[in-house]
Design a protein around this ligand. Structure first.
Ligand SMILES: *Cc1c(COP(=O)(O)O)cnc(C)c1O
Length: 470
């Protein structure tokens, strides 16, 4: 047996054992800043070291120093789900090690990406016109969408003339107060400027208020400003609120404003026929994204980005120096022109493995189970007098807090902040938080692929006993 073969077997053993015993691990590591660096040499070794030693150090120093995002009791943020087919595909991707910038540099990767994006488009019942491309993250896809909106609004002058272009200093972007920070980042990086991002107030369910959007756009038009882009969120990061997409969509169509829809987490839930309605109105969108790396069991990173008009995307991002020209250019798609970077990873393979291994029905069953577990946890919280629910739970996320009788808002904020720290320090579960209406809110999201009812039950028991000890 060759040495590489033996090493591969060792890695395979490690991966299998890791998955089998992950529940015995802490979710968050027990480390302080700098502790792991201090265990590692300051310079790289002069000569190669044996594989055994490297793997040992990985097992002894690195793995225990990781936060285990695929731990079944990882309830924080949104999940970064992987799965067995996805892990296998990532290994094959690494083996080939391709750079997929254009069709010729990666014909199968390019065409497989077109095929799996078309599969996703049809699974989500997006309009047939929509063309898909895989981006690394939602943040990147949203920046690209904002750049498309910027170029559409300035008739492609901004990219040529920069901030001095006609209208460049009057562009406005709108999103709700609960929209993700990647939108702020996209607006500041695009040159539009953060002061031109208008945050629209939300209603009691934390969804964008349509009347406030209409008012803001009309006020801006009166001032001679140029409403260039509206970003609607389906499943906000704080509480998974769903903005009123049909109303926003019709408004943007009538006003000729570029509409981008950020469904980073909740987009996957629209694969369920009973939840497809959350994407009603997406037919009005110019751009749409969701993250298979959150809730479609595909290793980070993988964002599915769809656009109604690929020509606008290519006119915004495309650039072809002499050394990148190929004889096939007139008849193929070169995905390097569909985003920010030139070099691209082969991400379609893991998505293909996942979609084929699980099938549409297998995926739907997993998503339904996550929503069932979230609903169960919500019910337990509702039935417990000294806890309260703080937002609707349309998916697998529950927003709640400890609210013992006779405590005021300030005290409740303090108690819940302390509760979160105490819970996460146990290493048994990992929750995160947000603020809703100024209230310190605990978030428990149950969309990890292998989370069981027993895991959620253990979390709830721990939350209650820890709260009582405060
Ligand atoms: C997670 C999230 C993002 C950011 O996703 P990345 O892929 O990490 O950039 C953007 N928008 C929403 C609504 C999210 O939940």
């Amino acid at each position: 047996m060759s040495e590489f073969r033996r090493q591969l077997d060792r890695v395979a053993d490690w991966i299998v054992r890791y998955r089998e015993t992950i529940r015995e691990r802490r979710v968050l590591p027990d480390v302080t800043p700098g502790q792991i660096r201090a265990k590692l040499p300051k310079t790289a070794p002069a000569r190669g070291e044996p594989f055994e030693e490297i793997l040992n150090d990985f097992d002894r120093v690195i793995a225990p120093g990781m936060t285990h995002w695929n731990h079944p009791r990882f309830f924080a943020y949104f999940t970064a789900n992987n799965s067995e087919p996805s892990i296998l595909a990532e290994a094959l991707t690494a083996a080939i090690g391709a750079q997929c910038m254009s069709w010729q540099t990666s014909p199968a990767a390019t065409e497989l990406e077109q095929v799996v994006m078309e599969w996703l488009r049809s699974m989500l019942e997006l309009p047939e016109k929509f063309a898909g491309v895989i981006q690394d993250t939602a943040s990147t896809a949203t920046l690209v969408a904002i750049l498309m909106a910027r170029e559409r609004a300035t008739n492609f002058r901004f990219k040529e003339e920069g901030v001095g272009a006609e209208g460049a200093d009057r562009l406005r972007v709108y999103a709700s107060e609960e929209a993700h920070s990647s939108i702020d980042k996209g607006v500041l990086l695009s040159g539009i400027g953060r002061k031109n991002l208008v945050k629209i107030p939300v209603d009691s369910q934390f969804a964008l208020r349509q009347d406030a959007l209409v008012e803001a756009v009309s006020a801006d038009r009166k001032k001679g400003l140029i409403p260039a882009c509206v970003i609607a969120t389906v499943g906000t990061t704080g509480s998974t609120a769903v903005d009123p997409l049909p109303e926003i969509g019709k408004f943007c169509r009538d006003e000729n404003i570029f509409l981008h829809v950020d469904a980073a987490f909740a987009g996957s839930a629209a694969l369920l026929p009973e939840l497809r309605h959350i994407l009603n109105g997406v037919e009005f969108a110019d751009a749409f994204l969701f993250n298979p790396h959150k809730w479609l069991y595909t290793n980070f990173d993988c964002t599915a980005f769809f656009v109604k008009d690929p020509d606008l995307l290519v006119k915004t991002c495309g650039i072809t120096p002499e050394y990148l020209k190929t004889q096939y250019d007139p008849e193929v798609v070169n995905f390097r022109d569909w985003g920010l970077q030139l070099g691209r990873r082969f991400r379609a393979l893991k998505l293909w493995f996942v979609l084929r291994s699980m099938g549409q029905e297998g995926i739907r069953a997993r998503i339904r189970e996550a929503i069932r577990l979230g609903g169960l946890f919500r019910k337990w919280v509702e039935d417990q007098g000294d806890f309260e629910i703080l937002a609707p739970s349309p998916f697998s996320l529950v927003c709640f807090r400890y609210a013992p009788k006779g405590t005021d808002e300030m005290r409740r904020n303090m108690l819940n902040e302390k509760l979160l720290g105490d819970l996460n320090r146990t290493g048994k579960i990992y929750l995160s938080h947000t603020k809703l209406n100024g209230r310190f809110t605990l978030r428990l999201n149950a969309s990890q692929e292998r989370t069981t009812e027993e895991d959620v039950r253990r979390a709830w028991d721990l939350i209650r006993t820890t709260a009582r000890r405060l």
